[in-house]
Design a protein around this ligand. Structure first.
Ligand code: G3I
Length: 325
């Protein structure tokens, strides 16, 4: 049985995505989170559709609760996420059919949100998931059609965040970054363009929503390529599916819990090979299997995280711990 916890052994942030409702109602969940992690990401309560009820009208309650919880428990807060097409509220989308109005509202939003938590939220996902897997613009996106140069708009969003809190670290966050070369190329091109044009980007968030069927060689190669940007690298939403074929008669220990542990260990060990200057941290997308988004979005019998439904440490926890230097 392990004695040292992840946060005690790691020399970088070990975070998890949490929900205020669970911290308030599930003491075991809250205790496991406090005992093992030192960084908090809001799973959804710091997104535009949760904060921004109408122009000049914000709902700060849940975000304030999470920031206070983190402060009370000596945790850092990673802000997620300022600009994301899936979190634009309907009232905002309906009002912004020209780029000037759209950008003016986004600038106000970023200034209000980052400004409120100045000095409290040490890092932000400024822009989330703007590229399709092949690296092109997303077709669901409303930004690309509005702007003839969307990348410049994204760069200005980073500047708005920097202006609101010069000390916060600013990230671009996306999924399939290390396994989709087209997407990774677009991200690298955007990051180098930001540097050339003076837009303030500090890091890349690679979400790492993978499975026991994702090839480790592919992950390693993509990760090495991503690290060549010399930016901070945040493994921002780590979870490892084991019910990869979505079978209905599947249980955690009949499945490949051991293989899951091997994958967690390999990913953490790979992260440890980064230069110190590029280490920011690893965050899992949730604390315990029972509350994972994948139970609704993938399969009810999915067990992707480090703790089981009873908040026992799984083999995956030991794997993560073994991967740490
Ligand atoms: O808690 C409320 C509930 O009170 C309300 O009755 C219900 C119906 O409106 O909504 C509930 O909130 C839901 C929330 O999850 C909590 O379950 C939101 O509708 C729902 O949109 C939200 O989904 C989140 C999703 O992002 C969209 O924000 C997921 O929890 C979250 O896991 C998912 O996370 C994303 C990352 O932000 C970006 N990367 C991909 C990742 C997975 O999609």
């Amino acid at each position: 049985e392990t004695t040292i916890s992840l946060k005690e052994k790691a020399e970088f942030n070990v975070g998890a995505a949490v929900k205020s409702s669970l911290l308030k109602t599930d003491a075991q969940y809250a205790d496991a989170f406090k005992a093992n992690f030192n960084q908090l990401t809001a799973e959804f309560e710091m997104k535009m559709d949760q904060l921004w009820l109408s122009e000049n009208n914000y709902n700060w309650e849940a975000a304030d609760y999470l920031v206070n919880f983190a402060e009370d428990n000596n945790m850092e807060v990673h802000g997620h996420a300022l600009v994301w097409y899936r979190a634009f509220p309907d009232w905002f989308k309906n009002q912004s059919n020209d780029s000037i109005a759209f950008e003016s509202k986004v600038k106000t939003y970023i200034s209000d949100v980052v400004g409120r938590y100045k000095g409290k939220i040490k890092s932000w996902d400024v822009v989330n998931e703007v590229f399709a897997d092949n690296g092109g613009a997303r077709n669901e996106d409303i930004i690309a059609p509005l702007f003839n140069d969307p990348t410049a708009f994204y760069g200005r969003c980073f500047q708005y965040a920097k202006d609101a809190d010069p000390d916060t670290k600013l990230f671009y966050n996306d999924y399939s970054v290390v396994i989709d070369e087209g997407k990774r190329e677009s991200i690298k091109n955007m990051a180098s363009r930001f540097k050339t044009e003076g837009f303030p980007i500090d890091g890349i968030g690679a979400q790492f929503h993978y499975g026991t069927d994702t090839g480790l060689t592919k992950i390693n190669d993509g990760f090495t390529d991503l690290a060549s940007t010399d930016l901070l690298i945040h493994i921002s939403e780590l979870d490892i599916k084991i019910n990869v074929n979505k079978s209905n008669d599947f249980s955690l220990y009949s499945g490949n819990a051991q293989q899951q542990s091997v994958i967690y260990e390999a990913i953490v060990a790979m992260y440890e090979t980064l230069p110190e200057s590029q280490k920011f941290g690893i965050s899992t997308w949730g604390v315990s299997d029972n509350y994972s988004w994948l139970k609704t979005e993938w399969h009810p019998k999915e067990f992707p995280l480090l703790f089981d439904a009873d908040l026992n440490k799984k083999l995956a926890y030991q794997g993560f711990l073994n991967g740490l230097n």
